[in-house]
Design a protein around this ligand. Structure first.
Ligand code: ATP
Ligand code: MG
Length: 223
């Protein structure tokens, strides 16, 4: 049995066409059923639904053989392991799936002069869920920041005076706009990656290789 870890929402939705192109149909709709283990049209392949930020944990520890996770999630996960951001031990990252795309950016209130705060070398208070990526970004720029860890609703932080700036994921920019925030710096492009358990890749080499190849072809065809 091969177990594929996905998260509900955009990762699941954007993975479906890639799975279909690889000949895989998921037989349950996660929005309608409460099941956490979903069967597919392939008797040897099942999907497990986990929190987006738990996908690397499941795959790393063998709760799933492979999974789909955002680069944002992988960067924070790698850091938690003390593996320095990207070198997750036991986690093989063969493929950029080019789905669930967005960017990680710095945003502030319209009336905050980010450029001059940076120029003057002021300490900037930055609220974010992505403390690792943010720390690296500002360190590389030589900007002094006090990082405040949040788990959601980052947009609220500059509006309440909790922080001067946020580091968050932006796709259309409409959430920022609705909260009268402006994107002042792009940090990196984000997309979802296929991650594979390295030990599983040895033990179930052939079916996993075939699956990775099928995903690779599907990604190429969608471009
Ligand atoms: P949870 O909602 O369970 O706390 P999450 O917010 O990380 O977790 P989703 O909102 O489903 O889960 O996002 C999953 C992934 O989709 C993110 O990790 C990111 O890689 C990607 N993504 C693409 N666009 C956006 C966006 N505008 N906002 C947030 N995530 C996005
Ligand atoms: Mg979310």
């Amino acid at each position: 049995m091969i177990t594929l870890a996905l998260s509900k929402g955009r990762i699941f939705d954007d993975s479906l066409p890639l799975l279909a192109a690889a000949g895989i149909d998921v037989l349950d709709d996660p929005e309608k059923s409460r099941k956490l283990i979903l069967a597919t049209n392939r008797p040897d392949l099942r999907v497990v639904l986990v929190r987006a930020s738990d996908v690397p944990t499941y795959v790393q520890h063998g709760g799933a053989d492979l999974g789909v996770a955002g680069l944002d999630v992988l960067l924070e996960h790698g850091a938690e392991d003390g593996a320095g951001g990207t070198g997750n031990t036991g986690l093989y990252r063969p493929l950029d799936l080019c789905i669930a795309r967005c960017r990680m950016s710095v945003a502030t209130r319209e009336d905050f002069d980010y450029a001059s705060a940076v120029r003057q070398g002021s300490r900037i208070r930055v609220a974010t869920k992505y403390t690792q990526a943010a720390r690296q970004h500002f360190a590389a720029k030589g900007v002094h920041v006090d990082l405040i860890k949040l788990y959601g609703s980052m947009e609220l932080a500059p509006l309440t005076g909790l922080a001067d700036a946020i580091v968050d994921l932006v796709s259309t920019g409409s959430t920022l706009k609705a909260n009268r925030l402006v994107e002042v710096e792009r940090i990196m492009d984000i997309s979802a990656r296929l991650v594979v358990n390295a030990a599983a890749l040895k033990i179930k080499r052939e079916p996993l290789r075939a699956l990775i190849d099928a995903f690779e072809q599907a990604v190429g065809a969608q471009r």
